[in-house]
Design a protein around this ligand. Structure first.
Ligand code: TMP
Ligand code: ASP
Length: 237
């Protein structure tokens, strides 16, 4: 399968057409941005790590009943995926307070919730990805009620599965963001990526941050953190 026209270039990935109209090639970049593109940088080796980690995790999720866009890894930085139309929602699941939740509600990072908190943001950089509820999403025709129910159930299942995978490796899954897409027949599948760019991962012993917050907050050791989580994930999968 070979890359044809560049269809889309985002902040962290490029998407190419292929000979097959139902398949696309995703190419992961080392570029990193934060705060809606205001902060820019490069995380050496991130493209390879995010591609490989996302594929390992999506393959595990598929095995356990979550449909995904994954077809196969083509090379360390590129993957063949099913073409979807992205549901313009950022689906966030939180197990501990952090980031925008802590800021918005004035609670300390690290506060553990009794149950996971699921939230939707409208995927719209121009508006700064505003938080929205089911009624807003339906009113804006971003998704139907039925699709929202499917998305919610998958997101919570993904949380349970990923929490287990990371816990086995001494890592706390604090929160994460996923995106879903529709196949040509309307089936909802997990799309986009699952990586240290899109998850908060803390060492269970030391609570050290092992994710993109090291870049967002200028904590240093960004590359080392990405390498470490990838190493811990590959041991034993
Ligand atoms: P938040 O606390 O900043 O809302 O982030 C929640 C989770 O979503 C966190 O794991 C990081 C991830 N995330 C993204 O994947 N993309 C984004 O643009 C933002 C703001 C957060
Ligand atoms: N990727 C997002 C951006 O540039 C933000 C983030 O991950 O913090 O803006």
């Amino acid at each position: 399968m070979e890359k044809q026209a560049l269809l889309y270039e985002g902040k962290a990935k490029k998407v190419y057409a292929t000979q097959d109209p139902q398949l696309l090639i995703v190419s992961y970049k080392d570029d990193a941005t934060a705060f809606n593109g205001l902060k820019k940088g490069v995380i050496q080796g991130k493209g390879v790590i995010n591609n490989q980690m996302s594929n390992l995790l999506m393959a595990e999720l598929e095995k356990r009943g979550v449909p995904t866009h994954l077809v196969r890894e083509l090379n360390p930085q590129e993957t063949l995926v099913k073409r979807v139309s992205i549901v313009p929602l950022e689906v966030i699941v939180r197990n501990l307070a952090a980031g925008s939740f802590s800021k918005r509600y004035g609670v300390e990072e690290g506060l553990a919730f009794a149950e996971p908190v699921l939230e939707f943001s409208y995927k719209n950089d121009g508006l700064g990805d505003p938080l929205l509820n089911d009624d807003h999403a339906v009113a804006l025709k971003l998704a139907t009620r039925e699709e929202l129910a499917v998305i919610r159930a998958y997101a919570l299942k993904i949380n349970r599965l990923l929490q287990g995978i990371w816990a086995d490796r001494g890592i706390i899954l604090v929160d994460f963001k996923v995106e879903f897409g529709r196949l040509a027949d309307g089936t909802i599948v997990l799309a986009d990526e699952i990586s240290p760019d899109t998850c908060r991962l803390w060492d269970a012993q030391t609570r050290e941050k092992l994710d993109k917050d090291r870049f967002r907050r200028d904590l240093g050791g960004v590359e080392e953190a990405y390498r470490q989580v990838m190493e811990r994930l590959s041991s034993g999968l």
